[in-house]
Design a protein around this ligand. Structure first.
Ligand code: ATP
Ligand code: MG
Length: 200
């Protein structure tokens, strides 16, 4: 049996928590298009980005996705979301981890970036996911200045999610919400290969 004193203590603590949460909710009154970054070494960055796309689409919002790394396999999210009106721009050729040809990589990055710019100018699109964009900047395929300019000039209510490791400081400074996914362990380190529905 819980003692009465403990019950009372719990109730008082929950009450304080509720007041704090309610005050926070009351304070947050603003609406704006957010820039969100999901970076870090751990698994879950693209999954989080696609989770937000699914969430937005579930509310009837329009979303568009740029995938800046050529996958060697098909993408479960694309299979699902493309059928729900989400426009995808995917790097069809070029950049992968074992890339050799810088010129063709840059050309491939530019094609997807041109779509990104188009999405970032279209106020009918309420959420844009720029998946793995950070690598294009790190490899100097797309200049940081151009990315910052496109982000700054987008429609005021448009949300943008950028994923990828090593997000540059300038984008983190510009962002409203930044999460860094930390790797505690990953099945891959135990010799388990990527699994359908989990990794792609
Ligand atoms: P996911 O797409 O699963 O959310 P991610 O976007 O966080 O992963 P990326 O760096 O884009 O991670 O790598 C994508 C692929 O690499 C996925 O197959 C993922 O499982 C794998 N991966 C992610 N983090 C790690 C890690 N720390 N060690 C090994 N493999 C990883
Ligand atoms: Mg990813």
């Amino acid at each position: 049996m819980e003692s009465e004193a403990r019950q009372e203590k719990h109730k008082a603590k929950q009450q304080r928590l509720k007041e704090k949460v309610d005050a926070g909710i009351a304070r947050a009154q603003e609406d704006k298009g957010l820039l969100l970054v999901v970076t870090g070494e751990g698994k879950g960055k693209s999954t989080a980005g696609f989770g937000m796309v699914a969430r937005a689409v579930g509310h009837g919002l329009n979303a568009a996705v740029c995938q800046f790394i050529k996958g060697t396999w098909e993408c479960g999210e694309r299979n699902l979301l493309a059928g729900h009106g989400v426009e995808f721009s995917v790097m069809g050729t070029g950049f992968t981890w074992d890339t050799q040809d810088r010129a063709s990589d840059i050309a491939a990055a530019e094609v997807v970036w041109a779509d990104a710019v188009r999405f970032l100018q279209d106020e009918r699109i309420q959420l844009v996911l720029l998946d793995e964009l950070t690598y294009m900047i790190a490899y100097d395929y797309i200049a940081l200045d151009r990315v910052i300019e496109a982000l700054n000039n987008r429609p005021p209510m448009q949300h943008v999610v950028i994923t990828g490791r090593g997000c540059p400081r300038e984008i983190i400074d510009l962002a409203d919400t930044v999460s860094k996914v930390q790797s505690v362990k990953h099945a891959y380190e135990a010799g388990i290969r990527v699994q359908k529905g989990i990794d792609w």
